[in-house]
Design a protein around this ligand. Structure first.
Ligand SMILES: Cc1cc2nc3c(=O)[nH]c(=O)nc-3n(C[C@H](O)[C@H](O)[C@H](O)COP(=O)(O)OP(=O)(O)OC[C@H]3O[C@@H](n4cnc5c(N)ncnc54)[C@H](O)[C@@H]3O)c2cc1C
Length: 383
């Protein structure tokens, strides 16, 4: 396949442009896939929306989170674990290519339990996960309060903390650095990223797809819809079921603190810069990305319940973003049966799965159609 020469990021388009693959969406999912496909030798273009778009990639918590994934879907437990295992080499490759540090750390993650019921529920959940007995199951253990305190010497735990689950495969990164690094890497690979080029419609014709954007037309034999919530109308126009919905998540950030929290956490994470992130809410509020004082109060209460010393710490920021959720919360990798060559890719763990998307899913899409290992992620599971 021919390779584009250094196009970088582009805007104005006057004629129909072609490529081996056209990726719609330049967020974490689209950028990771494009990076993987260009690395495998395909000519790739990306269409992305405008500055005002709602982007999950700009709002997330930065976890590479393994421990709770795949309950009731062993294939997802395996997929997540594979991605976490690939993450170190993936971060190193991006760092070498772009000079951007992703602050990737895999030191394990904690999910704190407040009260005996939460700890009992956590024990039951982990037992169910272990009973699935897949070779890739995460190694999760449940710690009581004394064991947890032993992991966090010098840190005062709130009286309600009864314990936590711990998984050594959990990790974290700076998600904004990840997106920036992917975009830099794509420019270095010669992949044009067409900004303000929202795909308005897609037409299938004789083994090719024609996409009309605000900036002109694009044609390709292989179309990847990775536009987050924006994929839905495009996918449905190609006969791909796209049962996705937005779910709001609000996050708080504190001032910088000396390092006290070595481990990632699903509700409390200290970044490499020292700030503490507290999150995130799960709210069905449509496309509303406003923050609320009620959610901020609830998040702050949780943080102080776990670590009472945080009561003396200043909050400096809060924001809200929209997760892209399928009905069961698991990824959706759906190919069009009517129009082979078109695939929709979405998930609510675009950071965690970035390595697997670039290294494993991207070449599988190029080779197409997706093999049986991806069948559990198809839309067939929704009937
Ligand atoms: C509060 C919160 C916390 C999260 N925490 C984590 C976490 O800790 N770990 C983790 O792994 N994941 C986390 N996530 C999820 C993660 O952020 C998403 O999985 C990831 O960002 C999804 O990326 P995306 O590329 O699918 O979507 P987006 O980031 O939303 O990007 C979609 C892109 O498509 C473009 N677009 C839309 N429509 C069109 C169109 N018609 N034509 C062209 N372009 C279009 C948009 O401009 C945008 O750039 C979190 C999400 C939220 C909201």
């Amino acid at each position: 396949m021919a390779r584009h020469r250094s196009h970088g990021q582009t805007s104005a388009v006057t004629k129909t442009l072609t490529s081996d693959v056209l990726v719609v969406g330049g967020g974490l999912v689209g950028a990771a896939l494009a990076f993987g496909m260009a690395g495998a030798g395909a000519t790739v273009r990306i269409l992305d929306g405008g500055d005002g778009d709602i982007r999950a990639a700009h709002a997330n918590f930065g976890l590479i989170w393994v421990q709770s994934k795949g309950l009731d879907m062993p294939a997802y437990a395996r997929w997540t674990r594979q991605s976490a295992d690939l993450w170190g080499a993936f971060a190193a490759e991006l760092g070498d290519l772009t000079g951007v540090s992703l602050h990737h750390r895999q030191r394990g993650g904690l999910s704190y339990c407040l009260g005996e019921k939460e700890l009992d529920d956590k024990r039951a959940e982990i037992a169910r996960l272990h009973n699935q007995r897949t070779p890739w199951s995460p190694e999760v253990t449940v710690l009581d309060r004394t064991e947890l305190a032993g992991l966090l010497p010098g840190v005062t735990l709130g009286p309600a903390v009864r314990g936590a689950s711990f998984c050594p495969q959990d990790g974290e990164c700076n998600p904004l650095a990840l997106l920036r690094s992917l975009h830099h890497a794509l420019a270095a690979q010669g992949v044009p990223l067409h900004r303000n080029a929202r795909a308005l419609s897609v037409t299938a014709m004789a083994g090719r797809f024609r996409v009309i954007t605000e900036q002109g037309g694009f044609e390709t034999p292989r179309l990847v819809l990775a536009a987050g919530l924006g994929s839905k109308p495009l996918a449905e126009s190609l006969g791909i079921a796209a049962p996705i919905r937005p779910q709001r998540g609000q996050i708080l950030v504190t001032e910088r603190l000396p390092e006290f929290l070595r481990f990632a956490g699903d509700t409390l994470r200290q970044t490499a810069d020292g700030t503490l992130m507290v999150g995130a809410t799960h709210e069905d509020t449509g496309l509303d990305v406003s923050t609320t004082s009620a959610a901020s109060a609830e998040l702050a209460r949780h943080a102080v319940s776990v670590f009472p010393d945080l009561a003396r710490v200043n909050l400096v920021r809060s924001w809200a973003g929209l997760r892209v959720l399928t009905p069961d919360g698991n990824p959706l990798y759906a190919e069009s049966e009517d129009h082979p060559g078109a695939v929709m890719v979405t998930c609510h763990s675009g950071v965690t799965l970035a390595a697997a998307h670039a290294r494993l899913l991207a070449p599988a899409i190029l080779a197409g159609p997706l093999g049986p290992e991806f069948a559990p992620f198809s839309a067939a599971r929704f009937g």
